[in-house]
Design a binder for this molecule. Structure first.
Ligand SMILES: [Fe+2]
Length: 295
């Protein structure tokens, strides 16, 4: 089989064929996928029938798996999937859809806000890989926005203004914007803000991109309302339809994206029916800026 990539959106996103990710990859295949990621930022693979083990194995071709701790409020004993797998389904341990009032469900609704995975970590994620084990029949598209195109189309004055800005990211900002404001002391500690550059440069291509996320709730040195207005304006610019690809899931699709180059969000779906989506996350290798030590 020869791997090939076809661009399926005017500015980014490649559809990959000629690869079976359930099998070990050759070095050339790994290189081809990485080159595709650098260029298209999002890659779509269809008909990839994989187990959790195969998904983790495929993901490890691109770096080590991120430690998922500190990224959610689900207690270890309530987890449906093994360590290494991020459960982004709407299901509980019993395999049934979570109840309407479930705090885990309400927390997970935050995935419907535009974000970059793990931007709330001091070393944010490199790639995310999402496998559809059961696609929901109604809605549930995942949308991606190309943050390189967003950066490239800013006016010169805005680019100069934001070049060296540093934002504070926390899960409490994204969830707080949905009205979830009650956290235990332990959760507050776990979700304390980290710093991220607002403009980042891709380590391979050298392209600049806007590093936005709903987790960003403050800009160092700026009054909060001023920071949030600027972030909102940049988010509106970055998520214009011309920069957005909407992925309609089929069961056994796998989509991988570069969190350093795109934002994404999930759209609403029929939560009474399963949406079994499983994510692996490839860890990043460096912070985007200097962190402030915890007080
Ligand atoms: Fe996400």
């Amino acid at each position: 089989m020869t791997i090939s990539v076809r661009q399926i959106h005017p500015v980014f996103v490649g559809e990959v064929s000629g690869i079976d990710i359930a099998k070990p990859l050759t070095p050339d295949e790994v290189k081809a996928v990485e080159a595709g990621m650098d260029r298209y930022a999002v890659l779509v693979f269809h008909d990839q029938k994989i187990t959790d083990e195969q998904q983790m194995e495929f993901s490890r071709n691109f770096g080590s798996l991120e430690d998922a701790r500190g990224g959610n409020i689900t207690k270890p004993e309530d987890k449906r999937l093994q360590v290494g797998m991020n459960d982004v389904s709407n299901l509980g341990r019993d395999g049934q859809p979570l109840s309407r009032e479930s705090r885990v469900r309400l927390f997970n609704l935050g995935n419907m806000l535009w974000h970059s995975d793990s931007s709330f970590r001091a070393i944010p994620a490199k790639y995310s890989l999402l496998s559809a084990r059961v696609a929901n029949p109604v809605g549930g598209n995942t949308e991606f926005a190309d943050m390189r195109a967003a950066y490239d189309t800013l006016d010169a004055a805005t680019r100069a203004q934001i070049e060296n800005l540093v934002c504070e990211h926390s899960l409490m900002y994204s969830r707080g914007s949905l009205g979830m404001l009650d956290y235990s002391d332990e959760e507050r500690q776990m979700f304390r803000p980290v710093r991220q550059r607002l403009v980042r440069t891709h380590p391979v291509t050298g392209r600049k991109s806007l590093y936005l996320s709903s987790h960003a709730g403050a800009i160092v040195g700026a009054p909060t309302p001023e920071a949030r207005i600027l972030l909102r304006e940049l988010n509106e610019h970055a998520t214009q339809p011309k920069f957005v690809y909407a992925h309609t899931w089929r069961t056994w699709d796998l989509v991988m994206w570069d969190n350093r180059q795109v934002m994404h969000r999930v759209r609403r779906y029929d939560e009474r029916q399963p949406r079994d989506m499983r994510r692996t996350t490839v860890a990043g290798d460096a912070p985007t800026t200097v962190q402030v030590p915890a007080a």
